[in-house]
Design a protein around this ligand. Structure first.
Ligand code: FPP
Length: 251
């Protein structure tokens, strides 16, 4: 029963993409790693490790379909509350991922960026990502944006403090502060706001992710756990996005 449905759906995806708009910026909350591992009688960290394979698949698909920005919620400011061993494991993954895949990413013209409070990350995490940012800075294909030690409230407060200092130093006046200027102080400065937010793992919440930037973003929730999220699932989300009418508060 399932196979014909899938192939029909896939054909529909390719037809549709010929005519419709692919989201330029896709942001993903990669949830469900722990449950994926527990279901298999494995420790939670095995789910995070498996999650890397999904990242590889989704990045490849994003490159293939010419998505411009892919933002991945990799470690939040709240994730520090997890057991130390899990935190340390997750924060080792960026280096592990980049040590294997950076050459492929460079060959695919991918540029790496990071949003979040980089100062509080362990040196090995920070250095691996900074090295990747440096080595991919001239690439103009997919922007692969890791949200690491990222929390939207922290980002907004950080922006407010910087704005306050700059106004105090007469860089600009309070009257000149508008939405665009405020956006320029966020970690995402210069990036288009997400067109599509995907959350895997069944929960339907934002979890302190891109609160300002998601004002007019389309949401896609799926019960599929991140390690099981496939190219096909990703294409369903893109296809669904293509069918939506965005009105931005207008008619
Ligand atoms: C949330 O699932 C996932 C995380 C906090 C970590 C995300 C990290 C990865 C997917 C690894 C990829 C990293 C790189 C750098 C490529 P959860 O642990 O909350 O799952 P649960 O809801 O089932 O407990």
């Amino acid at each position: 029963m399932k196979l014909p449905f899938f192939s029909k759906k896939q054909a529909a995806v390719s037809d549709l993409f010929l005519n419709e708009t692919i989201p330029e910026h896709v942001a993903i909350i990669m949830d469900g790693n722990g449950r994926w591992a527990k279901k298999r009688g494995m420790p939670r960290i095995a789910g995070h490790k498996e999650g890397i394979s999904t990242v590889v698949k989704i990045v490849k698909t994003a490159v293939k379909w010419k998505v411009k920005v892919l933002t991945l919620y990799t470690f939040s400011t709240e994730n520090w509350k997890r057991p130390k061993t899990e935190v340390e494991f997750i924060l080792r993954l960026p280096k592990e991922f980049l040590s294997i895949y950076l050459p492929d990413l460079i060959a695919s013209n991918v540029r790496i960026e990071l949003i979040g409070d980089i100062e509080k990350l362990p040196a090995h995490t920070r250095e691996a990502v900074e090295d990747a940012i440096e080595r991919t800075r001239d690439n103009d294909g997919l922007l692969l944006n890791f949200a690491l030690n990222y929390g939207s409230r922290q980002e907004i407060l950080h922006a407010m403090k910087e704005i306050f200092l700059d106004i105090n130093n007469d860089e600009f006046s309070l009257q000149e502060l508008d939405e665009q200027k405020f956006s320029d102080y966020l970690y995402t400065a210069g990036m288009k706001e997400p067109d599509l937010l995907i959350r895997t793992g069944g929960e339907k919440r934002i979890s302190n992710f891109l609160l300002w930037q998601l004002a007019y973003t389309e949401f896609w929730f799926t019960d599929v756990l991140w390690p099981d999220f496939s190219e096909k699932e990703f294409l369903y989300a893109l296809e669904d996005f293509c069918k939506r009418k965005r009105r931005y508060g207008g008619l």
